[in-house]
Ligand binder design. Structure first.
Ligand code: F6R
Length: 241
């Protein structure tokens, strides 16, 4: 694992954005594994700006998103499809036919099969991740067993509580989601996880304090990846207990 400590969110966005840009410049037809939530917002702004200033071309890039809520109506502003459109896809020249976000309504069993077949057909050159305060990656929640394939997951109360900041209340946060499994995440050529904020400290500690891997803290599985970069800000890096 490579641990990178950056000063603040601005530096984090530039560092992670440059990592992704480098992958695209080296391989214009790269496939990106993408995340949603607060963490990648600034990274997507940074990448959008590289595109606007003519420094990066997404015309041959493809992408696969990590997850989507189940049960939100089509076009919901809370959906990750909407998030991706507003935060990234709408700002760059990616071909929407090559940008896959799992669909959280309709026949979910069929969608899960489709997700798995896309993961097989489109190996990711880089996977961008955030981490939940309980250590989830994608929506692979702490559990007795983790899944390797894409699957439907019941979200933990903690996750619904954390994500209620994007909704009106916790009751509006969907109870289930469709997510990439561990094989999909660890199958990427490179993995980069960015984290900031005190409430992520337990998850980060579990990654850096020792070499243990546990399904209780799913992000610990990233220790097995040979090209894994963990980017944290100074505040998070400085927390001892
Ligand atoms: C999002 C995702 C989640 C988030 C995690 C952290 O697609 O898969 O694992 O990365 O919940 O979310 P933020 O960045 O909002 O703290």
């Amino acid at each position: 694992m490579r641990l990178v400590v950056v000063k603040d969110k601005k530096e984090m966005n530039a560092f992670v954005g440059d990592m992704i840009a480098e992958v695209i410049r080296a391989k214009p037809e790269a496939c990106l594994g993408l995340a949603t939530g607060s963490t990648p917002e600034g990274v997507y702004e940074y990448l959008s700006e590289l595109y606007r200033s003519g420094k990066l071309d997404f015309s041959r890039v493809s992408s696969v998103n990590l997850d989507e809520y189940i049960g939100l109506p089509k076009g919901s502003p809370h959906s990750y499809a909407h998030y991706m459109e507003t935060k990234l896809f709408g700002n760059i020249n990616i071909d929407r036919n090559n940008a896959y976000v799992p669909c959280g309504y309709g026949n979910i069993r069929e969608e899960t099969e489709r997700f798995n077949s896309i993961l097989q057909k489109k190996p990711r050159d880089i996977q961008l991740l955030g981490v939940g305060s309980n250590g989830h990656i994608g929506f692979n929640e702490p559990s007795r067993a983790l899944h390797s394939l894409a699957h439907v997951v019941t979200l933990k109360e903690k996750t619904r509580f954390d994500n209620s900041r994007f909704f009106g209340s916790i009751d509006e946060v969907p109870a289930q989601a469709i997510t990439m499994g561990l094989r999909g995440i660890l199958g990427a050529e490179k993995v980069v996880l960015a984290a900031s904020g005190r409430y992520k400290k337990d998850a980060i500690q579990a990654m850096v304090a020792n070499d243990e891997i546990t399904t209780d803290v799913p992000c610990t599985f990233l220790k097995m990846h040979i090209d894994f970069t963990l980017v944290v800000d100074e505040e998070l890096a400085g927390i001892r207990s």
